[in-house]
Design a protein around this ligand. Sequence first.
Ligand code: NAP
Length: 471
Amino acid sequence: MPRQTINPYTNEVLKTFEDATDQQIETALATADNLYRKMKPQAISDRTETLHKIAQGIRDHAQELAEIATREMGKLIAESKGEVELCAIIADYFADHAEAMLQPTTLQSQVTGEAKVYRHATGVILAVEPWNFPYYQIMRVFAPNFMVGNPMILRDAANIPWSAQAFADVVLESGAPKGALTNVFMSYDQVADMIADPRIQGVALTGSERGGSSVAEEAGKNLKKSTLELGGQDVFIVLDDANMADVNEIAWRSRLYNAGQVCTSSKRFIVMDSVYDEFLDNLKQNFAAVKPGDPMDSATTLAPMNTKKAKEKLQKQVDEAIEAGATVAYGNESYDLEGQFFMPTILTDIDADNPARHTEMFGPVAQVYKVHSEAEAIELANDSQYGLGGIVFSGDSAHGEQVATQIETGMVFVNNFMASLPELPFGGVKNSGYGRELSELGLMAFVNEQLVVTADKPDFDNMAGGLVSTD
Ligand code: NAP
């Protein structure tokens, strides 16, 4: 089925894109594999300048790329611009730091000779990416793997073909060699076939548990390495000594940024009883103050959701939560607007048996829980199948840090908004996936960490395991 760009603010079909033929897929694979072989003998530093040029190319096309993302998936234009700049920052970071991180390291060992770990490219990587950050998701995998020497084939979400193609075009036009990043409009079956192809050496997926387990199953069947960046039900814990002015400023933003469609959005607010009423009043006021409208207009503060289907799914989840006993503390009404807007909504009184308790609500809906002790807050935070991120607000940041370390997630920020930067590892535990993107950990995701032990001659006196007797 051809992919369509549907503007979620106007519901207009802006563009259509044909699916790739099997021949186009074969060409993409062959080109990427040839590039892998060509890059293999090159020095890593040979790619530094190209990646800086890609960063510059992205900056040169910032306005155009931002407008495409906003028109295609609805995010506020200022947020689109921020995302484009973050892509350039990520590219610059890996251009500057990857070479040093990929140097061979010498191990302290009892072995005869010198033990070193070399870090080599492994081959073509497939990246299956979601729509919520149309460019950043691509760059998280592309930049590190480009420096490693692993070409990347991109299979992006069905509703953002325009962004995917525009980004791949800018990367290529900025000087990337052909095959370094190839966008291919593939069906699920074609993705499975590609994973099975011996030229593919790994697959990175960001998306839902459903998508993640399907793709990981194919990877497992074919013995391919995979990384999964999946959903979350991140907490925002407010301890009783928290600076409430800061909390009130950050809480609504951490839920409504990108219309609430962020894996690390704060989805569960866990608030100590002493500050609960103040917190809830402020959250209501801040939710009520947002201005839905044209996401291209800088005065708009609430974007539409990315598709009609996403909005309907969220409404169903909210309806089910209410039916199971949740209270609507704010919102859950309709706006008189054509676009896919969802009124920011606050749910409270979510009991342990309410399905909302274990549901990722991927839109502007906040679940707020009252707790009576810090231990209860931590227990509730960890009562989730997910383990992605989280935020803790405490008047004592050292104490906040102690609480943070007890939360079973991959990332926690104390007394601040969550941020994603190239030097910080990004990823989760439990059903939020495995592996990390960005940072040195992300750079190594699809690297062959090859052990080479070099001796001048065998040491027969110290052969391990008794295989050689010197008696
Ligand atoms: P999704 O349905 O899993 O889609 C993600 C990507 O996987 C899309 O390209 C999708 O293609 C593809 N896909 C899904 N099933 C597939 C299959 N069986 N074979 C091949 N490809 C498949 O996820 P979503 O609902 O659009 O995205 C939102 C989810 O992503 C949320 O749960 C969010 O928390 C998570 N997320 C996580 C992170 C992170 O870093 N941890 C970041 C952003 C988002 P189609 O579009 O064609 O279905």
